[in-house]
Design a protein around this ligand. Structure first.
Ligand SMILES: Cc1ncc(C[n+]2csc(CCOP(=O)(O)OP(=O)(O)O)c2C)c(N)n1
Ligand SMILES: [Mg+2]
Length: 591
């Protein structure tokens, strides 16, 4: 039997489970693992500048391709606690990442040893498994179990904590016969599918709510096939956005309190039946339950049994992986179509399309300072359907979801539930590492950008080029807007007179200089007419220098973005589009 250190066995298993990339940073307590990484040589490593960033890079990496699992590595103590935010974000969005931490030697764990923290307990609520391995011979089994859990059922993150002496201990392990454990995914039965389809058939104005579970299951093609077969409009959730292209005739818009279209909400409110697949009825999608549920019948399909009935009791629930359910939905719908059983939905679909054509928000403003809506209009012009957008939270992200377009799965990569500020730069770097040929465009508000701005140096060092659009209102914009309810504007200003950059006129941080200082290229735009040339120049700079390129847009300081507390009372702060010139890059245009 081959003998090797437990750390070497761990790295071998990573390789056998298909891992080719890791994101992290070493420290003394994880050096044996790094030694094993070095001698293995088959896993490329991106050195983060902040450990939290490594965890978000792992998320970005997972999300770019079906089957990817991002790995993040850190030492004991604060490295593990820094990565808790990434574990939370990953678990909230059902994203598998594997977090590996070093730990004090086993015999010193209870002696308040230097940087010894019970990270497994800290991480427990935000992981599918978090464990400190105390017996070296358990290391292969723990890693095999980690991959089994991350891939089974509702995907999510795992933390494995390796004490220093456990990493170094020699164990018997045969890499040649190692096999990944089988993956468990529940599948809908034909009887369940038939029951749901019969309920759908009986509805007059049905909708499919398509969640991120469809993207996780790599089943977007099946979703489109199913929607087309039964001729039912689709409302993607924020995590499901891209399941079907925005310009598909059955794409009815997103519904929700913030990241939603006017026509999406109106269509949801008009519907009488909702089939949710791989979604979790997130509260920013539903708003108040009374408004969301009134007069509608609900069927909920989810891979995680305990999700059925968690938010509200559906009229019918099915426990199934989205792909397995959609395969059977397609098969059963084909049979019903051949039998002439599927009802005609043309009038309902025309109504949905008419709302999509007419219920538009205005984007075309010529104001200086630039209004944010105009930025997204110009981004629609500059970046094609293959663009992978990356964003986290803020007015910037909310407006992006209202105005940008997504055409493919995994092309809107957003920290949907946790929304940690600082996510965007490292997640974009993870996306670039996972798909080096992609056109990656990240979008941040100024505050999100400043949270982990140092990671730009990682993009420069490892030659991971992407475009980062920073919309600078010198405000914690989303929080400023929500403080209107308290009649205050308190602790949300980021503006100050920068003694080194008077040309910024009080907008505070000179993002261009900081980005350049970190080895990136950067441009600043003050006027709407400057947006298009800046995006074109950014593409050239990215191609020439192979580093991240920042496009900072100086925005109007106070612009409120449409949002509300119920689907039927979203507040509009700007004039709506009345002519096609008002929203020239909308998918379906006003006459
Ligand atoms: C770690 C963390 N702290 C606080 C928040 C709450 N929060 C959400 S958006 C936001 C302000 C974001 O400002 P900016 O990135 O400039 O975007 P803007 O809304 O101005 O477009 C804050 C503080 C958060 N999401 N994450
Ligand atoms: Mg801001």
């Amino acid at each position: 039997m081959p003998r090797m250190t437990a750390a070497a066995a761990a790295v071998t298993i990573l390789d056998r489970e298909g891992i080719t990339h890791a994101f992290g940073l070493p420290g003394a307590a994880i050096n044996p693992f790094y030694a094993a990484l070095r001698s293995h040589g088959g896993i490329s490593h991106v050195l983060a500048r902040h450990v939290e960033a490594a965890s978000h890079m792992a998320e970005g990496y997972t999300r770019v391709r079906a089957g990817n699992i991002g790995v993040c590595v850190g030492t004991s103590g604060p490295a593990g606690t820094d990565m808790i935010t990434g574990l939370y974000s990953a678990s909230a969005d059902s994203i598998p990442i594997l977090c590996i931490t070093g730990q004090a030697p086993v015999a010193r764990l209870h002696k308040e040893d230097f940087q010894a923290v019970d990270i497994a307990s800290v991480a427990a609520p935000v992981t599918k498994m978090a464990t400190t391995v105390l017996e070296p011979a358990q290391v292969p089994g723990v890693f095999a179990q980690a991959f089994h859990l991350m891939r089974s059922g509702r995907p999510g993150p795992v933390l494995i904590d390796l004490p220093f002496d456990v990493q170094l201990a020699e164990i018997d392990f045969d890499p040649g016969t190692y096999e990944p454990l089988p993956v468990y995914k529940p599948a809908a039965t034909r009887a369940q599918i038939d029951k749901a389809l019969t309920m759908l058939e009986r509805a007059d104005r049905p909708l499919i709510v398509a969640g991120g579970g469809i993207i996780n299951a790599d089943a977007a093609g099946l979703l489109v096939a199913f929607a087309e077969l039964v001729n039912v409009p689709v409302i993607p959730t924020l995590m499901g956005w891209g399941c079907l292209p925005d310009n598909h005739p059955l794409m009815a818009g997103m519904a929700g309190l913030q990241t939603a279209h006017r026509y999406g909400n109106a269509t949801l409110l008009e519907s009488d039946f909702v089939l949710g697949i791989g979604n979790r009825w997130a509260n920013r999608h539903t708003g108040g339950m009374e408004t969301y549920r009134r007069g509608r019948t609900f069927v909920h399909v989810d891979i995680e049994p305990t999700q059925i009935g968690r938010v509200f009791p559906p009229d019918y629930g099915i426990v199934s992986d989205a792909k397995a359910a959609l395969e059977r939905f397609v098969q059963a719908a084909e049979e019903r179509r051949r039998a002439g059983r599927l009802p005609d939905r043309d009038i309902w679909i025309k109504e949905c399309q008419e709302r999509k054509r007419t219920m538009l928000r205005r984007t075309h403003f010529d104001d200086v300072p630039i209004k944010p809506q105009r930025v997204y209009e110009e981004m629609n012009r500059a970046f094609g359907p293959e663009t992978r957008y990356v964003s986290t939270i803020g007015l910037s992200q909310i407006a992006a979801a209202q105005f940008l377009h997504t055409y493919r799965p995994r092309h809107w990569i957003n920290a949907g539930q946790a929304g940690p500020l600082g996510w965007t730069v490292p997640a974009a770097i993870g996306v670039c590492a996972g798909d080096p040929d992609a056109t990656v465009v990240a979008l941040s508000g100024d505050y999100d950008f400043q949270f982990m701005i140092e990671e730009l140096a990682v993009g420069a060092q490892f030659r991971l080029p992407y475009i980062h659009v920073v919309v600078n209102n010198a405000y914690l914009g989303l929080i400023r807007q929500s403080q209107r309810g308290f009649d205050m504007d308190y602790c949300v200003q980021l503006s100050f007179d920068n003694v080194n950059a008077p040309e910024l006129g009080g907008y505070g941080v000179d993002h261009v200089k900081v980005a350049e200082g970190l080895g990136c290229k950067a441009l600043r735009v003050f006027e709407p007419a400057g947006l298009r040339p800046a995006f074109e120049r950014a593409k050239e700079l990215m191609a020439e220098f192979r580093v991240p390129v920042v496009v900072e847009v100086i925005l109007e300081r106070v612009t409120n973005i449409s949002m509300g507390t119920e689907l039927d009372n979203i507040v509009e702060f700007e004039d709506l589009a009345a002519r096609k010139e008002d929203a020239p890059t909308a998918i379906a245009l006003l006459d």
